[in-house]
Write a protein that binds this ligand. Structure first.
Ligand SMILES: [Zn+2]
Length: 258
């Protein structure tokens, strides 16, 4: 488990570099399109009220462009992230196999399971990446329209925030997720029956309350809609079933053989 934690920590920078290049491309392309479609909207702010139809049409055209762009961008994320994600997943797989062997399980060839699982996981995370971006841009343009503000300004603000933080956040949580989910795949193939949750060092009380919990390998640590509620604190309610960390953004817990 210590070996796998080192693999996760050591690969975070490579994941982040690859993710940052993808983010730079998206910020560039979306920024150019926004200026193309929304420049008209910015000018129409000076026009009389009856002429604001131009503004609505430009936002609509930009939203349609964005819709189409993000379909292709999801594929682009999968292609561009695959090399670093797959290198990382193989190292995680080897480290997890060593953990299982140390716990007395016979090693097995897991490469096909791990590759199929990693591809599916990256596809899911690429879909979440574009969905979050689309929702954020559309929500903020909507809010700008309601407040009578320039949609181009909020798009550019959103992209600037994205460029300065998203790759780091994405790679940290993706590293934790793959570093644990791939291990669970390996443990399942070699016949491990139960999983144990481990929290490290200075933790939030939610993660500390999970520390040492064990569940069957086919079960969940927390079911969607159920609470993680350490005594005296507001409940945290995960949006989906939790079989492995991260429990929340920035969580660096791990699961190991139970
Ligand atoms: Zn945690």
């Amino acid at each position: 488990m210590a070996g796998r934690k080192r693999v996760i920590d050591a690969n975070r920078a490579a994941l982040e570099d690859a993710a940052q290049r993808v983010v730079n491309r998206e910020v560039n392309d979306i920024g150019n399109a926004a200026r193309r479609y929304l420049r008209e909207a910015a000018r129409s702010g000076d026009r009389p009220q009856h002429d604001r139809g131009v503004e609505r049409r430009s936002v609509g055209e930009f939203t349609s462009w964005l819709d189409e762009f993000l379909v292709g961008h999801r594929e682009f994320i999968r292609e561009r992230m695959w090399a670093s994600v797959w290198t990382f997943a193989q190292l995680v797989s080897d480290a997890a196999m060593a953990e299982a062997e140390a716990a007395g399980f016979e090693p097995a060839d897991v490469s096909q399971n791990v590759e199929a699982f990693t591809r599916a996981m990256l596809a899911g995370r690429a879909a979440a990446w574009t969905a979050i971006l689309q929702t954020r841009l559309e929500d903020r343009m909507q809010a700008a329209a309601e407040a009578g503000e320039d949609p181009l300004v909020v798009v550019e603000e959103t992209l600037a925030e994205r460029r300065d933080g998203y790759a780091e956040d994405w790679s940290r949580d993706t590293g934790t997720a793959i570093g644990n989910a791939v291990a669970v795949t390996v443990f399942t193939v070699v016949g491990v029956l139960s999983l144990r949750w481990l929290a490290f060092g200075e933790n939030c009380p939610y993660c500390s309350s999970m520390n040492g919990r064990t569940v069957g390998v086919q079960e969940w640590f927390v079911l969607a809609g159920n609470d993680v509620a350490p005594e005296g604190l507001p409940a945290m309610r995960p949006g989906s079933n939790v079989r492995h960390p991260p429990l929340h953004q920035g969580c660096d817990c791990m699961v190991t053989v139970g």
